[in-house]
Design a protein around this ligand. Sequence first.
Ligand code: AHG
Ligand code: MN
Ligand code: MN
Length: 350
Amino acid sequence: MVDAYPQLTDRDTLLDRDCTTLSRHVLEQLHSFSAEAQDLSAIMTRIALAGKLIARRLSRAGLMEGVLGFTGDTNVQGESVKRMDVYANEVFISVFKQSGLVCRLASEEMEQPYYIPENCPIGRYTLLYDPIDGSSNVDININVGSIFAIRQQEGEDTDGQAQDLLQSGRNQLAAGYILYGPSTMLVYSIGNGVHSFVLDPSLGEFILADENIRIPEHGPIYSVNEGNFWQWEESYRDFIRYVHRHEGYTARYGGALIGDFHRILYQGGVFLYPGTGKQPDGKLRLLYEASPLAFLVEQAGGRASTGTQDILDFVPDRLHARVPLIIGSKNDVALVESFVKERIREKAVL
Ligand code: AHG
Ligand code: MN
Ligand code: MN
């Protein structure tokens, strides 16, 4: 008796692939339908909704009044704020209202954590995010991203300062980013590998593209703003002189951490944003830029370092703490660290 209705068993079937949405994938990842698994799946679905709303706005930005350009304000980072920064920040707040999931949002664009009161009695999750990463690219239609991390609230946040967020990145439950490029991609990990999804506009869904992405152990790309060369410690100059003198390296720097990181995730290499004389801790923020990407890159077999310490072990003293970031293939991160350690050794013997 021929099976009249052969079971669709593998992911190669087009229909099954189209049905491998983000929410389903999260539940598969957790091998569970528990309340916590459902919560995390629901949170990821809302993050995906935020990504769709931001992608839609970006795709029409050039045709609309009041979408591009600066607001005229300066944010807590001391940076000029783009209208898209504000819009994207508010999108993340809006998608989590009436969710019962996320009580607090900690954003690059807000000095203090934002509380959603109706969620707080029951929602024990915190979203940390950079609503638009690579703002300098927004007005020239070059790729930008959103970066996010999910943490569990620990203890009672009685003073509204979210002190429990000042912990190492190893407490992150999940992390990822949305890349607004020729296609809109969402890349995430919940601690069980790194997976990418592509937004299918005809479905309005993020559909699974790659599972268990592994970063090459070494790659040709070095990604750094060499315009800061004169401001770096000698060790980073040593690294740049090394790649200038050795075959097989290529420079790629897009001005948006997310785009540079995404390229390195697939092709291998290293991104670095060292400290400078003016900003010894560098420019990038730990809790919603470096730490989420460090979580991802370690899940993909790579590394992320401050130069002397793993990013995921760094404990911040404040919400908007900055850190030097060296991230990418483990062999290439180790190479940069070797120059840092060499200079520390030299100083020690002087
Ligand atoms: P953001 O737009 O969220 O402030 O992030 C911009 C960051 C990062 O995306 C990028 O790698 C870096 O700033 C670029 O800085 P420089 O322009 O100093 O190279
Ligand atoms: Mn950023
Ligand atoms: Mn930003």
